[in-house]
Structures are given as structure tokens and as C-alpha cells.
Design a protein around this ligand. Structure first.
Ligand SMILES: C[S@@+](CC[C@H](N)C(=O)[O-])C[C@H]1O[C@@H](n2cnc3c(N)ncnc32)[C@H](O)[C@@H]1O
Length: 432
């Protein structure tokens, strides 16, 4: 089998330059400035990259904004170079409630780092647990090196109506690389070095090195003005994909940082993984989504899709069962085990499939603590059962920092269950 020869960044740039010159010739594009090939994105009229000194207003509303954030807050946690689509996006970023805030850290600041970055056979570098990690533990909290739009709006199309999709793509990549380069040049030398050492799975498709690294390592972080943004991280971007990931991630807007938490027990030396695509999607869809990363996943689910697709489809179909739970709880003629058995079975199925990071898992935990609460009220189960599922559900909620009402909901269920001494038997509820 022929092996691909690794290209250097200089070779990639040379090739992009040649492609760009050919495009300019074919489409009679003037090279108006050395910065731009003349088809760079622009706002109302101009189509060139124009660097405006800090503090001066943008030349037009749609001009790209380069900004180093968060200003004046926890700089030891790193500063983020941001490429934003327009000034409204910057306003939305900095006016987020609580912004800017220090990054979330483990309560014990002296605790040793819970992970190591090591070689993983056939995956390049990866992250492993430096000790046994428990459900809910914070594994990493990190600010990105750079945040940029998932899709850069490049205004090259109007110059090249008759270009093929491939030519348009190449022109867009060429211009995007220049946009990224301006942000890259603003980074600290150490961060530049770290960034360029990250893995690039787009060395052979015409993408420039800086954009290629962002496409390989960028996690979705948030949306501003309806545009999705991605962040590239020094350590979190070393985490490999799994269709049964053992972590869940959350991006915290106030501190401009991402956290990853363990969603099950992780043994020392075990690889720490995250999802690059929807693990509930069928095997064929996951395979397609992982292709741009050059990943041919060999996890148990991908090795036996006939079995796992059925299980994952079933899990993906889990709907809100609260109306059914309320009905069951209100009808004492229905058996105690009516919803409990199937819910416990479903939870086990999810755990066996390694889907604790999925939304349906959270949903079934929610069902279970309500079912156990109803059973505890009539004395048919111990409060400790309810607490197991309630605590897990609350922990998963707090990863995403959900509104306080959600937690109040959980507490109310717990308090209701503690009232059970006032209920005598299932058949004769005491009505005060
Ligand atoms: C974000 S990087 C992860 C860190 C990377 N392994 C490194 O050496 O820096 C993504 C790249 O890692 C590799 N990778 C990630 N998950 C993988 C998996 N499950 N199987 C094989 N390769 C994987 C692929 O080459 C992919 O393009």
C-alpha cells in the first residue's frame, strides 16, 4: 500500500500559492494588495484586509474583528486570540453575564494534574488518566489558544461565478489561511509553537497549515450572532475520539474556558476520550463524520454495527416519560415495578454501550429519581436509592451549569420523598 509522504508547511504554502495564482489567471483577478488576492471577504464595499489600530472603530459593521480576550481577567490561565465575524459578535462575547471570570479550577489547587499526554498506538498522541478518576471529576479546564468562526464568510464567490466548487473551495481556503495568519501573528511565541505542534489531518486537501490545525483540533464552543465558533486547545485538543466517550465537555462563557468531566470511573492509564461526532448516529453516519479527521474508528460499537446500531437507535428514541410517571404515581393499582424495571434496564444498556455522556442517559436518570421518589413516599423503596440517581443527575446538570430551577426541581423531589412518614400505606394515603 502506498504511504502518503508528509508535507512540510512550507510545501503546503507553496502549493496554495501556485493554486491561487492559477485561479487569478483563469478568472482575471487583480492582485490588488500583497495581503489580499482581491477576493477576500469584505463588508459593504471594500474587499481587502485592513488592520485597524486597537480602539479605533471598524471600517464597516461586517469587518472581521481580531481581539485578545478576556481582557484583565486571570491571564495566568492564558489569553485567547479571537477572530470574530463582526463587531456585533464582539459585543455579544464581552457582554455575556458574568464575563470575564477566572477559569473553573479544582477545589484543591495543589492536586497533581489528573492526566498525562502520551503516544497511543495508531492514534498519535492522546490523553490518559494519571490516577483513578471518579464520576464527576474535573479532568481539564482550559482556555483555547484561538477561537474562530466554524465557517469563515469569504467574499470570493462574486469574482468567480463560473468557478468549479473545488476552485471556490481552494480560493476560500487560501483567503481563510491569511485571515488565520493575522490572528496567529498576534499570539505569544510560546503559544505559536504549541499551536503549530498540534496534529493536522488536512495536510493533503489544499487547506493551509493554520486552518488545517483548526479544522483538526477545533471543538465547537458557542454561537455569536447566529454563527458557530470553534476553539483550539493546547491539551484538550490532544484528546482522541471515542463513540463511547468517558468524558463530557462544557464551554463556560464567562471564563472563556472549556471543562471536561469524567462520566464514569476511569482507571489509571486508561485513555481519556471525547466525541467528535454524535455517538447516537448510526455507524455509517459516524464513519462519514470522522473521515475528515482521517479516523477509521475501531471501537466495539464500530466493529459490530449490526448490534450497536439497533441499541443506539433504541437509546436515541428515549422520550420524556414524566407524563407517564405522573400517571403511574397517581394510580396505586398499577404495579410498583411497571416503570422501574424498564428504566433500570435502559440505564444498564446505556452504561454497557458507554453512553453516559449522552442526553438520553441524563433523561433516564431523571426518570429514575422521580420513580424512586414516588416509591419512597409509599415506603416501597429506600431514600438511598433515590439519592443515587438524584446525585448523578444533578452532577450531570451542573457540568452544563443549568439554571437554578433545575436543581430546585431535583431538591423538591427529594424533599417530597422525605415526607413519607405521613403516608401510611399505598392503599390508604393519609389525607390531612
Ligand atoms: C484532535 S486530534 C487528537 C490528538 C492527536 N491524536 C494528536 O496526536 O495530537 C485528532 C486526530 O487524532 C487522531 N485520532 C483521534 N481519535 C482517533 C481514533 N479514535 N482513532 C484513530 N485516530 C484518532 C486522528 O488522526 C485525528 O485527526
Amino acid at each position: 500500500m502506498a504511504t502518503k509522504v508528509e508535507k512540510t508547511n512550507e510545501e503546503i504554502y507553496r502549493q496554495m500559492e501556485e493554486t491561487s495564482l492559477k485561479l487569478m489567471e483563469e478568472f482575471k483577478i487583480q492582485d490588488s494588495t500583497s495581503e489580499s488576492r482581491g477576493y477576500i471577504r469584505g463588508g459593504a464595499s471594500d474587499s481587502k484586509i485592513l488592520v485597524v489600530p486597537v480602539g479605533q472603530p471598524a471600517p464597516h459593521e461586517d469587518a472581521l474583528v481580531y481581539t485578545t480576550q478576556p481582557q484583565g481577567c486571570d491571564p495566568e490561565a492564558g489569553m485567547v486570540e479571537c477572530i470574530l465575524q463582526n463587531s456585533a459578535a464582539k459585543k455579544e462575547l464581552v457582554e455575556y453575564p458574568g464575563y470575564p471570570a477566572p477559569i473553573i479550577r479544582e477545589a484543591d489547587s495543589t492536586a497533581p494534574c489528573p492526566y498525562r499526554i502520551v503516544e497511543i498506538p495508531s492514534k498519535g498522541l492522546g490523553m490518559v488518566a494519571a490516577r483513578d478518576l471518579h464520576f464527576g471529576e474535573l479532568i481539564i479546564s482550559e482556555r483555547p489558544l484561538i477561537i474562530s468562526p466554524r465557517v469563515m464568510k469569504i467574499n470570493c464567490m462574486k469574482w468567480m461565478d463560473s468557478a468549479t466548487p473545488r476552485q471556490k473551495q481552494e480560493a476560500a481556503w487560501f483567503e481563510s489561511e491569511k485571515i488565520y495568519k493575522l490572528a496567529f501573528e498576534r499570539m505569544e511565541p510560546e503559544d505559536k509553537e504549541t499551536y503549530m505542534k498540534l496534529y493536522n489531518s488536512h495536510k493533503h486537501d489544499g487547506t493551509g497549515p493554520i486552518l488545517g490545525i483548526s479544522r483538526t483540533n477545533g471543538y465547537g464552543v458557542f454561537a455569536l450572532q447566529g454563527d458557530d465558533y470553534v476553539g483550539v486547545f493546547k491539551d484538550a485538543s490532544r484528546i482522541n475520539h471515542s463513540c463511547s466517550p468517558n468524558t463530557i465537555r462544557h464551554f463556560d462563557r464567562p471564563s472563556l474556558s472549556m471543562q471536561m468531566y469524567a462520566v464514569r470511573e476511569i482507571k489509571e492509564g486508561e485513555e481519556i476520550t471525547t466525541q467528535y461526532c454524535n455517538p447516537l448516529a448510526p455507524y455509517a453516519a459516524r464513519r462519514k463524520a470522522l473521515k475528515p479527521y482521517g479516523i477509521r474508528c475501531d471501537c466495539p460499537a464500530c466493529l459490530n454495527p449490526a448490534k450497536s446500531d439497533k441499541i443506539r437507535y433504541r437509546i436515541g428514541c428515549v422520550k420524556d416519560a414524566m407524563p407517564a410517571i405522573v400517571k403511574w404515581a397517581g394510580n396505586h393499582k398499577l404495579p410498583d415495578n411497571l416503570l422501574l424495571g424498564p428504566s433500570l434496564e435502559l440505564l444498564k444498556l446505556m452504561e454497557d454501550e458507554g453512553l453516559e455522556a449522552s442526553k438520553p442517559y441524563e433523561r433516564v436518570l431523571y426518570h429514575l429519581f422521580h420513580i424512586y421518589s414516588a416509591l419512597a413516599i409509599i415506603g416501597a423503596s429506600e431514600l438511598s436509592e433515590l439519592e443515587i440517581y438524584q446525585h448523578k443527575w444533578i452532577r450531570l446538570q451542573t457540568f452544563r451549569l443549568c439554571p437554578r430551577e433545575v436543581l430546585t426541581d431535583a431538591m423538591q423531589v427529594g424533599f417530597a420523598a422525605q415526607q413519607r412518614p405521613y403516608v401510611t400505606t399505598k392503599d390508604e394515603p393519609k389525607c390531612d
